[in-house]
Design a protein around this ligand. Structure first.
Ligand SMILES: [Zn+2]
Length: 427
């Protein structure tokens, strides 16, 4: 039985409603701790500080953070390549890691022995999950950390999790129906997929299902899709924002006026060119500092652009809010919930001497992303069908997302083209 009102209350009332000034002091204390810890235990962080000629004791407040360089995904990848498996970013020895997660591009991420991060739990609570909920977690349990983080967080709330993982919509429909699942966790497009499949199987979404809350993320949530799903299932859907490297950075509450930055993380918006903070109300890159000792991230640049609001929210939470994700500082694109980086597609295509030029085009059919590789051949006489098959197999394996290859005649792809062209619209 589910206990508690879904539309009010807090996971941790004291911390979520504390005055801004008090929160700043708290975060400053946590910051001093993690910087000193990471300096002592993570070689990559120590080198970053030494490179900037900064002693850990000099970082006393959030303002001092601005003196430190930003760590990017590219840094992570390059440092790992040079020094497997973690590039020195780990803050504990290997035998103190519960799992080693694997991100696309064979990037390794250390997992905490005891998952103590409460940020996703706070987000799930704000979404409406309560003790007694049966949650169907459709995020991928294979290699990636995200499904496990949510799994542990649901446990913190007292929910029962059904770890279905991704895919197999027909089976997911039956499980959701037979177990009287009350909470959905996954991408919004996959819930749409489940709804459509349930329709073709003859189910009535309201009568035959017990879904009340949906926690969605990893891809954009168009308002039209939210309204449709909320209406069809008679449920509430809230979205979250974060990355697998730094964890939860934002979540919607019942008011859905932007995304609250959770407890226990520092989020700054910075000018990507100068690494300094932008004035309040201006767009900037989301840069995060977490307090994870296993995998400490001090000033990690997400590459996502947003705006911050410090206005009070009617829900009573006093945290700052990310108002909207405005786009990317680089060409990294998310397709079906997975990041596609230009360096990944370059690496993949470099293995094919037959390919002269290529461009990735991302579009959307209904609520599903589609990725097409336009390819110009170096030699037009090459046998196209087997090459297409090899390329498509490689794309799926290297990027974890299905992509279609389309050969185009020479001259179609301009020299100054964007490597990844995102043609999706989000109304
Ligand atoms: Zn709120």
């Amino acid at each position: 039985m589910v206990t508690g009102d879904r539309s009010s209350g807090y996971f941790n009332e004291k911390r979520e409603t504390m005055p801004q000034e008090e929160r700043r002091n708290y975060l400053n204390g946590k910051l001093r701790e993690i910087v000193q810890y990471a300096y002592n235990h993570s070689r990559a962080v120590r080198e970053k500080l030494e490179g900037a000629k900064i002693k850990p004791q000099e970082i006393k407040t959030i303002d001092d953070l601005q003196r430190l360089p930003i760590i990017t995904k590219f840094d992570l990848v390059e440092m790992q390549k040079a020094d497997l498996p973690f590039g020195g970013f780990e803050g504990v020895p290997l035998n103190k890691m519960r799992r080693i997660y694997i991100l696309p591009g064979l990037i390794y991420e250390p997992g905490e022995w005891e998952y103590g991060d409460t940020r996703w739990a706070e987000a799930l609570y704000a979404c409406g999950f309560r003790p007694g909920d049966i949650a169907q977690n459709t995020f991928n349990y294979q290699m990636w950390p995200f499904a496990f983080m949510l799994d542990d967080s649901l446990k913190m709330l007292g929910c029962t999790t059904v770890p279905t993982g991704v895919g197999n919509a027909q089976m997911q429909v039956k499980i959701m129906h037979q177990l009287k699942v009350t909470g959905y966790v996954g991408t919004p497009s996959f819930l749409m997929n489940i709804a459509e499949r349930a329709g073709t199987m003859g189910f009535d979404l309201r009568k035959d299902f017990s879904l009340r809350v949906g926690f969605v993320g990893a891809e954009m949530l168009p308002e039209s899709l939210r309204e449709r799903l909320e209406g069809d299932f008679e449920m509430t859907i809230r979205q979250c924002y974060g990355t697998v490297d730094v964890g939860c950075l934002g979540y919607e509450c019942i008011e859905k006026q932007g995304m609250h930055v959770p407890d226990n993380v520092i989020v700054e918006l910075v000018d990507p060119d100068t690494s300094k903070r932008v004035p309040n109300g201006s767009p900037g890159e989301i840069v995060a500092t977490n307090f994870n000792r296993t995998f400490p991230m001090i000033r990690y640049g997400t590459g996502d652009l947003s705006l911050i609001s410090e206005e009070p929210c009617p829900c009573g939470r006093t945290s700052i809010r990310l108002m909207k994700i405005l786009g990317r500082t680089d060409q990294v694109t998310k397709v079906r919930g997975t990041f596609i980086h230009p360096w990944q597609t370059d690496e993949l295509m470099a293995k094919y001497p037959e390919v002269d030029k290529y461009q990735v085009v991302v579009t959307r059919r209904g609520y599903v992303d589609e990725m097409t590789f336009l390819v110009e051949l170096a030699d037009e006489s090459v046998d196209r069908a087997p090459l297409k098959r090899r390329l498509e197999k490689d794309i799926q394996e290297a990027l974890n997302v299905k992509g279609e290859v389309e050969f185009v005649r020479r001259g179609v792809i301009f020299d100054k083209h964007k490597k990844i062209e995102d043609k999706r619209r989000w109304e």
